[in-house]
Design a protein around this ligand. Structure first.
Ligand SMILES: [Zn+2]
Length: 290
């Protein structure tokens, strides 16, 4: 309950990030990395869409910006230690059943399905329409964009609000959470790659920048990951909250789709072998996955 109150408090605060107007006051040219330039970064879209998250008491507690957590669990543990991977089928693919709520428009539904389908193009993940499987992803339009990390058991909500979440990068981002991935800037090795400026973070939102003992699967830190927040995520003063090192001017958090390293990570976490995601090899499954 206390947790819930805290989460509500900070989410109200996040509104102010988008009401402050005016030029970037740093004085120096910032290589185009202004608050306005980050308008379509994943974290900006998430912050905007998640302004109302937590106001409905029947919705899950959302922390770390867009990660739903069971009440009482404050820390997102490394996925595999919780056994939260989706199971692998004998053909080498990982079938993740899904259901999409009827509240989406036909166009939004198509966008969501395209997002689900994008995983099949480059990984062994196959989102497949729910057909009486026990565990599945339940895509709904609740009050924001959020997801649990990894498979939770039974139907688990992935919320893609009709207002502000039905974009390819957000769909992929939330589904990557459901597959077991955390935010890039919370990686165990992030301090070698970014500097977190907590002094610029909205009071109460510091937990979004907490480091997690993630499994990095031998992949390099990736500024272009669709799981990376933008430079101004949760900024209270239009100053950066995440600065890449050593080169502060490198673009971060601007992905509009999964990066090659995001894809590599999925393939490593789920041990996709090189043949599993060749659709031509498994014609019998064509009608069963997206
Ligand atoms: Zn997220």
């Amino acid at each position: 309950m206390i947790l819930q109150a805290a989460a509500l408090g900070v989410l109200f605060c996040s509104v102010q990030t988008f009401t402050i107007q005016g030029p970037f006051e740093n004085g120096e040219e910032y290589s185009g990395h202004t608050v306005e330039d980050d308008e379509f970064s994943v974290s900006t879209l998430l912050e905007k869409a998640n302004v109302n998250v937590g106001k409905n008491l029947d919705e899950p507690l959302v922390m770390f910006g867009d990660i739903a957590v069971p009440t009482g669990l404050q820390n997102a543990d490394p996925c595999v230690t919780r056994g939260c991977l989706w199971p692998k089928a004998t053909d080498g693919n990982v079938y993740v059943p899904f259901r999409i709520a009827n509240s989406f428009s036909q166009r939004q539904r198509t966008t969501i399905i395209e997002g689900l389908r994008s995983f099949a193009a480059s990984t062994c993940i196959r989102f497949t329409p729910l057909n009486r499987q026990r565990d599945f992803v339940d895509i709904q339009s609740l009050s924001g964009c959020f997801s649990f990390v990894g498979r939770r058991g039974r139907g688990q909500v992935v919320s893609l609000s009709r207002q502000g979440c039905v974009f390819r990068q957000i769909i992929q981002h939330e589904l990557l959470h459901a597959l077991g991935f955390n935010h890039e800037q919370t990686r165990s090795d992030r301090d070698q790659n970014v500097r977190i400026l907590l002094e610029n973070v909205i009071s109460g939102m510091e937990s979004n920048f907490r480091k997690i003992q993630t499994m990095n699967l031998g992949t390099p830190y990736d500024y272009n990951s669709v799981m990376h927040y933008g430079r101004f995520a949760f900024s209270k003063n239009r100053q950066p909250t995440i600065v890449p090192i050593p080169n502060a001017n490198v673009a971060i958090g601007r992905a509009t789709q999964m990066s090659p390293i995001d894809i590599l990570r999925v393939n490593r976490l789920y041990r996709c072998n090189s043949t599993a995601f060749r659709p031509d090899l498994k014609p019998m499954h064509r009608n069963h996955f997206l």
